[in-house]
Design a protein around this ligand. Structure first.
Ligand SMILES: CC(C)(COP(=O)(O)OP(=O)(O)OC[C@H]1O[C@@H](n2cnc3c(N)ncnc32)[C@H](O)[C@@H]1OP(=O)(O)O)[C@@H](O)C(=O)NCCC(=O)NCCS
Length: 339
């Protein structure tokens, strides 16, 4: 029978189970310090994609048994020329052309949908790790993709940070933030701030360095924001948010979000932090991030580790993260292939 690559039917439980096991087997060799893949999130990506995403999943089978998979996210609202790709081959079956077969299938799907570019991320070397093997990066280069943006993952050991230091950092930032107050919310942004938060999220890419990636900003509004929240609810993701409100205008002008997967109480992801350009220079970024971490810890007493990604060129955000105690954990590259 040999190697086959076929569409993935979400109702096919055994294949879904196998795909999840492949993802986990890969994580333990490729990025062993990351927490286990959340099963609920994995399934929800298939059943409840984000608004503006059309998913295509295919599975590679060797003599009938799943050995790898590819997930293509076609973008329907913006970035309609682009598809985000994730491609995983079980470590026991690598270097036999399975990755290449999945990739070729993905390129075919992209062509059929009229797309022009594949974009995907892989782990990569940090300074000092030059000798280490990064199969994903070697593979992406072999497929002809170009390294378009360099990211760095930083990790915070929450136990080393200490509540006192966190409180002191927040207090420091507060003294520079006269005329602003903080507000907190969990999973769903209060109605009164939904448009402001959508506006901030929509303009994120204007500020975050993207290197050579050809990527448009999201057309985000309050309605789409609610749809994003529903998709995150389906994944069981617990969110903690802190906003900075400009007291004179009542507008929310700064925002930071941290999230925990349904499967985790010890590990969190530091997500977006953004301050409106008209309100920069008041330490609102540090204020939102530090106050939000304290807010999350109040509800998540087991939390020990937080991971975050930044573009290597994002000096301002990195400075804030370093102040909080985030330290280098892994390199990452965004690859772009124009077909
Ligand atoms: C990247 C990955 C999908 C490759 O799967 P694979 O089945 O081993 O890939 P292939 O056998 O088709 O390799 C195709 C070519 O890529 C290159 N390549 C793949 N792995 C490599 C490695 N470890 N070192 C150097 N080159 C490598 C080679 O040029 C190879 O051709 P060759 O074997 O004829 O020399 C697999 O290692 C994996 O799942 N990694 C973790 C997830 C990941 O990083 N995915 C990538 C992008 S989203």
């Amino acid at each position: 029978m040999g190697l086959t690559v076929t569409p993935f039917d979400p109702a096919d439980r055994p294949t879904l189970d196998a795909a999840y096991r492949i993802a986990e087997a890969a994580r333990t060799v490729d990025e062993p310090d990351l927490p286990p893949t959340c099963r609920r999130r994995f399934e929800a990506l298939l059943r409840h994609p984000m608004p503006g995403i059309e998913g295509r999943w295919v599975v590679a089978r060797l003599d009938g048994a799943p050995v790898g998979w590819l997930r293509l996210h076609l973008h329907t609202l913006e970035n309609t020329d682009n598809a985000s790709v994730e491609l995983v081959v079980h470590p026991a079956h690598r270097r036999r052309g399975i990755g290449r077969a999945l990739h070729e299938h993905g390129v075919r799907l992209l062509r059929e949908s009229g797309g022009k570019r594949l974009v995907g991320s892989t782990a990569a070397a940090l300074p000092g790790e030059e000798g280490r093997e990064f199969p994903g990066a070697a593979f992406a280069a072999a497929m002809g993709a170009k390294a378009a943006n360099v990211d760095v993952r930083r990790r915070l050991d929450v136990t080393a940070l200490g509540r006192h230091r966190l409180a002191a950092l927040s207090a420091d930032a507060r003294t520079a933030a006269t005329g602003y107050r903080t507000v907190h919310w969990r999973d769903h942004v209060p109605d009164g701030y939904a448009s402001d938060v959508a506006h901030l999220e929509g303009r994120l890419l204007l500020d975050a360095p993207m290197g050579e990636l050809e990527w448009e900003q999201q057309k985000m509004d309050a309605q789409r924001k609610r749809a994003v929240e529903r998709a995150l609810d389906a994944r069981g993701v617990r969110r903690y948010n802190t906003g900075a409100v400009h007291e004179a205008s009542g507008r929310l002008v700064g925002w930071s979000q941290l999230s925990l997967d349904a499967s985790s109480t010890e590990h969190a992801w530091q997500q977006i932090t953004i301050v409106d350009p008209g309100h920069r220079g008041h330490r609102l970024g540090l204020l939102c991030k530090a106050a939000n971490l304290a807010y999350a810890l109040g509800h998540e007493p087991a939390l020990r580790t937080v991971d975050t990604w930044n573009a290597a060129a994002n000096a301002h955000m990195i400075a804030i993260n370093e102040q909080l105690g985030f330290r280098l954990a892994a390199g990452s590259v965004d690859w772009q292939l124009t077909i």
